[in-house]
Design a protein around this ligand. Sequence first.
Ligand SMILES: CC(C)(COP(=O)(O)OP(=O)(O)OC[C@H]1O[C@@H](n2cnc3c(N)ncnc32)[C@H](O)[C@@H]1OP(=O)(O)O)[C@@H](O)C(=O)NCCC(=O)NCCS
Length: 162
Amino acid sequence: MGERDAWKIRTAEPDDAEEISALHRASILSACASWYHPVQIRAWVERITPEVHRQLMADRRTRVALDDGAISAFCTMTMEEAMVNALYVAPFAMHRGAGQALLADAEEALLTAGRHEVNLHATLNAADFYRWLGYVDVREESTRIRGSSVALPAIVMRKPLI
Ligand SMILES: CC(C)(COP(=O)(O)OP(=O)(O)OC[C@H]1O[C@@H](n2cnc3c(N)ncnc32)[C@H](O)[C@@H]1OP(=O)(O)O)[C@@H](O)C(=O)NCCC(=O)NCCS
């Protein structure tokens, strides 16, 4: 079995919140920092805490990819909106198929629930990854970071599921 097939995926639990929060911050600092202004990066990273993730887990479907027991990536989604809200891979695990595996897991859950499209807001650095996986650009949109006056530009993308 190749590395791209080797990810164990499971539903996140409240005890994972510390690990997920740390990887979320590290992923932004590693992969997004050269695409956004330092003021945007600081405001973005500051609001990510274990408590925020515990709350997200309660409200949304959150899945994690494990490598040797360590959480290497997570994906949160809202089934009702057919929306992938966040997909982040730890710097040490990037480009090893975890992002692709978690996105396939999210798409499969939507299909199983009878939904035939998936929506997301791609960070500028990740848009090519999603295009490569069949997502198409809908429009550019800036979203204000909660509790801050700072906005983050992103690309609204959609993929039909068949
Ligand atoms: C973007 C991201 C989710 C991709 O996950 P990943 O596990 O690193 O990617 P995968 O290994 O599954 O990639 C599969 C393929 O997608 C393509 N790809 C991956 N990242 C890419 C990128 N940043 N740009 C263009 N293509 C990319 C490649 O073709 C890759 O295959 P290859 O490695 O054999 O060339 C991950 O790099 C990440 O967490 N980035 C920072 C956080 C972020 O921006 N998340 C998105 C928020 S919307």
